[in-house]
Design a protein around this ligand. Structure first.
Ligand code: MN
Length: 200
């Protein structure tokens, strides 16, 4: 069965003024759609067509003959995950288990935010910043291009897309401003809590 572009979990205007409807129109409707289309074309009539997205990502990572398949499969997964990491009226502070796990891993929520922002802004070129669960402990990581925590055997809890297409229409070259807006106004902590509960 072919992969399909999942709908955005909110209206295109829901994240304004931090992410414009125009950015979401292109980012979801063009970029995310292209990864889905490319992946379907690449796995068509191959044994991989019978596999799920997670399977394709973990089995093609670092396979020199499957670089294109990995890149498109991981980008399909990363974007679907990213949309759910944000919500209208997001940001603020987590509660409950997420709050205590962040305190114990980073010392405080502010220290986590600093570390996450540094990962996102220091990723050279295209990539992603992540909060991950790794063997019961939380940590921050950054990945280039399409790579994601799943490929490295870790569980993604939160991500920020730092490819230029994620922010250029709204922030031009000011990636730090985009990341700050993501942290302060967009993070969907309920989604992070759901991911953490599943990883336990
Ligand atoms: Mn993107």
């Amino acid at each position: 069965m072919a992969f399909e572009l999942p709908p955005l979990p909110y209206d295109k205007k829901a994240l304004e003024p931090y992410i414009s409807a125009q950015t979401l129109e292109f980012h979801h409707g063009k970029h995310h759609q292209s990864y889905v289309t490319n992946l379907n074309n690449m796995v068509k009539d191959t044994p991989l067509a019978a596999h799920g997205l997670d399977d394709i990502i973990t089995t093609t990572f670092k396979d020199p003959d499957k670089v294109g398949v990995f890149n498109n499969a991981a980008q399909v997964w990363n974007h679907t995950f990213f949309w759910h990491c944000m919500k209208s009226g997001g940001g603020g502070a987590p509660s409950g288990d997420v709050a205590s796990a962040i305190d114990s891993a980073f010392g405080s929520l502010d220290k986590f935010k600093d570390e996450f922002k540094t990962a996102c802004t220091s990723q050279f070129g295209s990539g992603w910043g992540w909060l991950v669960a790794d063997g019961g402990k939380l940590s921050v990581m950054k990945t280039p291009n399409a790579e994601n925590p799943m490929a490295h055997g870790k569980t993604a809890l939160l991500t920020c897309d730092v490819w230029e297409h994620a922010y250029y229409l709204d922030y031009q070259n000011r990636r730090p401003d985009f990341v700050q807006a993501f942290i302060d106004h967009l993070i969907n902590w309920d989604f992070v809590a759901k991911n953490m509960a599943k990883s336990a």
